[in-house]
Design a binder for this molecule. Structure first.
Ligand SMILES: *[C@@H]1O[C@H](CO)[C@@H](O)[C@H](O)[C@H]1NC(C)=O
Ligand SMILES: *[C@@H]1O[C@H](CO)[C@@H](O)[C@H](O)[C@H]1NC(C)=O
Ligand SMILES: *[C@@H]1O[C@H](CO)[C@@H](O)[C@H](O)[C@H]1NC(C)=O
Length: 483
C-alpha cells in the first residue's frame, strides 16, 4: 500500500516535470498529429509520388525510374549549417529491375508493386524518431486523370474488368496514362541562411519546347530557425493532359492512406479521429486554375467497409471515403431541390439535428457540390448517384462541400470567394467536428465506423479543362492539433 502510494507520487511528480518542461518549450508534441507541426522543422522531410488514373504506376517513364522520390536532410550543427542529405539521386532514380534493401523479389519487375516498396524504402532513409511513433515525410502527390479504357488497366469498384470503348474519359491514344518527366532540385542553402529545393516536370515525354506542355512544380523555401516552410505549387494542364491533380498530403506512417491500397509512409504519427482534432494552415492562392479547378482547401481521406469495419486490403469490400471543401467560387452546387440524387441523404446540424434532403424548406443544398455513393453499396436511398468506379483501386464515396453559412461553426469558408485569389488566410478548421457530422454510407444495422483519417491534403484537381489552365498557390504552417 505504502509502496504503491510512493510510486504513485513519483509517477505524478515525473509527469508534472515533463508537463512543465513542455510548457516552457511550448512543445508538448503529444497534441500534434503531424511529425513536423506547423512545417517549422529546419531538417525537412518531403517526398513525391505520381499516380495514374487508378492510383498505380502502370508503366515507368523512360529514364525516370519509379515515380517515387524524396528530399530529406538534417542540419549539421549550430554554427556550421550545412545540409546532410539522407536520400541520394541514385535512390531517387531507382526503377524496376534495380534491387534495393528490403525489396521483395516479386516486386522487382512489377512497376506498381515496385513503387509501393520504393516508398517504404525512401521512408526508411527519411524516418524521424518520435512519440508515439516515428514519421517519414510530407508527400507531394501528382495524378494524371487520363484513362485509356482500351488498356484494361483500371478495375471497376475493385473488380478486374475487360477493356471497353473509349469516350467517357480523356485520352489522346495509347500511352496517355504515362508517368511524367521528373526533375529534382535538391535542397541547398544560400549565403543568407535560406534553404530552397523543389520538384518539377511535365507529362509530355516527347517535347523539347516548353509552351503548351503540361507542367507541375513544387518549390519549398525556409530561412533557418524561423517560421514555416513555404511550399509554392504550380500546375498547368495541356491539350493532351487536361485533367491533373497536385496535392501536398499528410499521410499515415503505416497502413492504407486515402485512395491507396498499399502500405504507405507519411507524416501522421497519430491518426486523427473525429471529432477530436483541428487543422491549421495558411493558403495563398495566386491563380485558380479556371472554372473546372476543384481547389481543395482541405481534403480528407480514409477507408472503411460498408459494414463499418476498417479496411484490410480486400479491394472488393474496402471503400475509400473522401470529404473535400472546394473553394473555387465558380464551382456550382450539383446538389439541389430538383437533383436530390446529388445530395447526401441528410445533413446534420451542429446541434445534431438531421435534415433530410427532401426537406426543401430546410436542407442546405448550396453547401454540397456533389455527393456520390460507393459503387458496391446495396441499400441506397433513391434516387442515387454512385461514384466513378475506375479512378480508385476500390469503390469510393465522396462528400464534396462548398462555402456556406452553415459551416461557420467549424471555422470553414461561409461564402463564395472566401480564401480565394487575393484573400490569403490562415485557417483554423474544426475538421474533426465537421467530419463527425457528415453523412457516409453504411449498411443498415451495422455499427458506425470509427472516423479515423489516414490522409489530409491541400491542392487542386483541374477537372478536364477545355483550355490550358494554370493554378498557382502556396501552403505553409500546416498542423493537425488533437483536441
Ligand atoms: C525544372 O526546373 C529546372 C531548374 O529550374 C529547369 O531547368 C527545368 O526546365 C524545369 N523543368 C521543366 C519541365 O520545365
Ligand atoms: C423524405 O424521405 C424520407 C426518407 O426516405 C421519407 O420517410 C419521407 O416520407 C420523405 N418525405 C417526403 C415529403 O417525401
Ligand atoms: C441507383 O439508381 C439507378 C437508377 O438511376 C438504379 O438502376 C440502381 O439500381 C440504383 N442502385 C442502387 C444500389 O440502389
Amino acid at each position: 500500500m505504502a509502496l504503491g502510494n510512493l510510486m504513485y507520487f513519483w509517477v505524478v511528480a515525473a509527469n508534472l516535470l515533463v508537463f512543465c518542461g513542455s510548457l516552457v518549450n511550448g512543445k508538448d508534441s503529444s497534441v500534434w498529429a503531424v511529425g513536423d507541426p506547423g512545417m517549422q522543422r529546419d531538417g525537412l522531410r518531403v517526398a513525391f509520388e505520381a499516380w495514374n488514373f487508378c492510383n498505380e504506376v502502370g508503366e515507368e517513364a523512360p529514364g525516370m525510374g519509379s515515380p517515387r522520390a524524396a528530399d530529406c536532410f538534417d542540419l549539421s550543427s549550430e554554427n556550421d549549417h550545412s545540409l546532410i542529405h539522407k536520400v541520394t539521386e541514385g535512390d531517387n532514380k531507382l526503377g524496376i529491375g534495380k534491387p534495393f534493401p528490403g525489396l521483395n523479389p516479386k516486386a522487382l519487375n512489377n512497376p506498381d508493386l515496385y513503387a509501393a516498396e520504393k516508398e517504404i524504402y525512401l521512408g526508411s532513409l527519411c524516418q524521424v524518431s518520435d512519440t508515439p511513433k516515428p514519421w517519414q515525410f510530407w508527400m507531394v502527390m501528382l495524378k494524371n486523370g487520363n484513362y485509356d479504357t482500351k488498356s484494361g488497366l483500371c478495375p471497376e469498384n475493385g473488380k478486374k474488368v475487360p477493356p471497353f470503348k473509349p469516350g467517357r474519359f480523356p485520352c489522346f491514344g495509347s500511352g496517355c496514362m504515362n508517368q511524367p518527366v521528373f526533375y529534382h532540385m535538391p535542397t541547398s542553402l544560400d549565403g543568407n541562411g535560406v534553404m530552397k529545393g523543389g520538384f518539377n516536370g511535365t507529362y509530355e515525354l516527347d517535347s523539347n519546347s516548353d509552351s503548351g506542355n503540361s507542367y507541375f512544380e513544387v518549390v519549398w523555401e525556409k530561412k533557418i530557425g524561423s517560421g514555416s516552410w513555404v511550399f509554392a505549387h504550380k500546375l498547368r494542364t495541356s491539350k493532351k493532359y487536361p485533367w491533373l491533380m497536385l496535392y501536398l498530403r499528410a499521410d499515415a506512417t503505416e497502413g492504407y492512406s486515402g485512395g491507396y491500397h498499399y502500405d504507405t509512409r507519411g507524416m501522421l504519427k497519430t491518426l486523427p479521429e473525429s471529432p477530436n482534432f483541428k487543422v491549421r494552415l495558411t493558403l495563398d492562392i495566386k491563380q485558380g486554375g479556371g472554372p473546372k479547378s476543384q481547389f481543395y482547401l482541405i481534403d480528407i481521406g480514409s477507408c472503411w467497409k460498408n459494414n463499418g469495419a476498417p479496411c484490410d486490403g480486400d479491394v472488393l469490400t474496402d471503400v475509400t471515403r473522401y470529404s473535400e471543401m472546394i473553394i473555387n467560387p465558380e464551382t456550382q452546387a450539383w446538389c439541389s431541390p430538383t437533383s436530390i440524387g446529388n445530395c447526401p441523404p441528410y445533413h446534420i446540424t451542429p446541434s445534431n439535428e438531421k435534415i433530410h434532403r427532401n426537406d426543401t424548406a430546410n436542407f442546405p443544398y448550396g453547401a454540397y457540390h456533389y455527393y456520390c455513393s460507393p459503387g458496391n453499396a446495396q441499400h441506397l436511398e433513391q434516387p442515387n448517384s454512385t461514384c466513378d468506379p475506375y479512378s480508385n483501386p476500390q469503390a469510393q464515396e465522396l462528400v464534396q462541400l462548398l462555402p456556406h453559412p452553415i459551416w461557420a461553426e467549424y471555422g470553414y469558408p461561409t461564402k463564395k470567394g472566401d480564401g480565394w485569389i487575393g484573400d490569403k488566410r490562415t485557417w483554423e478548421l474544426d475538421l474533426g467536428g465537421l467530419a463527425s457530422r457528415l453523412y457516409f454510407y453504411q449498411d443498415p444495422g451495422t455499427t458506425p465506423a470509427r472516423r479515423v483519417w489516414t490522409s489530409l491534403d491541400v491542392g487542386t484537381e483541374i477537372f478536364v479543362s477545355t483550355k490550358d489552365e494554370v493554378a498557382e498557390w502556396t501552403l505553409s504552417d500546416f498542423n493537425v492539433i488533437l483536441t
